[in-house]
Design a binder for this molecule. Structure first.
Ligand SMILES: [Ca+2]
Length: 177
C-alpha cells in the first residue's frame, strides 16, 4: 500500500538557514550555499547559492530540501527570488520530486533581478511560464524540492537568493506584495 500524505498545515519552507539543504550542481567548478541573514524577504534569512560554471559549457547549481510526504495537486505555491547576477544568470528553476525520484513538475523563469515573488499553480500547464514533468511522476507524493539556476555561458559566476516557499490561497493578491 502506498504511503498517504498525512494531514498537515499549508506547506511553508522558510529557507532561513542551510540546515537540511544539500547543494546540487552540474558543470560547475565551484558551487556553494550559505545563509544570508541580511538580504531576505522572510524570517531569519534567505538561502544564497553561488557558483561558477565550468570552462567547457554553461553550468547550473542550487539546493534541494526534503519535506515530509505531501500532496501538492491543485495547490498554488509562491516563493521569493533575487537574482544577484542578471547579466550571467540564464534561468531560475523550481522542481518537485516524488518518492521514486521522478520530477513531477518543473518551472522556469527568466529575467528576475531584484526580489520578485513568483507563483506556481501546481499542475496547471496553461499558466505561468515553462512547465515540465517526467512520465509517471506523481504530484500527490512529493518529498523533495529543488531550487536552482543556470548560467548563460561557460565560466560565468552566478549568485541567487531564494526565500519563503509556501502555499497561498490568492495568488493575485500575493503577487502584489
Ligand atoms: Ca527565510
Amino acid at each position: 500500500m502506498a504511503l498517504q500524505a498525512g494531514e498537515m498545515g499549508p506547506l511553508a519552507v522558510s529557507l532561513d538557514t542551510t540546515n537540511h539543504l544539500s547543494v546540487v550542481n552540474y558543470q560547475t567548478i565551484e558551487a556553494g550555499v550559505k545563509a544570508n541573514p541580511v538580504d531576505k524577504k522572510e524570517g531569519q534569512g534567505a538561502v544564497q547559492v553561488d557558483f561558477t560554471a565550468a570552462a567547457q559549457q554553461a553550468g547550473s547549481a542550487g539546493v534541494e530540501i526534503e519535506i515530509p510526504l505531501r500532496n501538492l495537486k491543485g495547490k498554488t505555491l509562491a516563493f521569493w527570488v533575487k537574482n544577484l547576477t542578471p547579466e550571467s544568470c540564464g534561468s531560475l528553476f523550481v522542481a518537485f520530486f516524488d518518492q521514486a525520484g521522478r520530477r513531477a513538475e518543473m518551472r522556469a523563469w527568466h529575467g528576475a533581478r531584484d526580489w520578485m515573488r513568483l507563483v506556481i499553480p501546481v499542475g496547471n500547464k496553461g499558466l505561468w511560464h515553462h512547465f515540465e514533468a517526467e512520465a509517471e511522476a506523481d504530484i500527490t507524493q512529493i518529498v523533495k524540492i529543488r531550487f536552482y539556476a543556470n548560467s548563460r555561458e561557460p565560466s560565468q559566476t552566478v549568485s541567487v537568493l531564494w526565500d519563503d516557499l509556501k502555499e497561498v490561497t490568492d495568488p493575485t493578491i500575493e503577487m502584489l506584495q
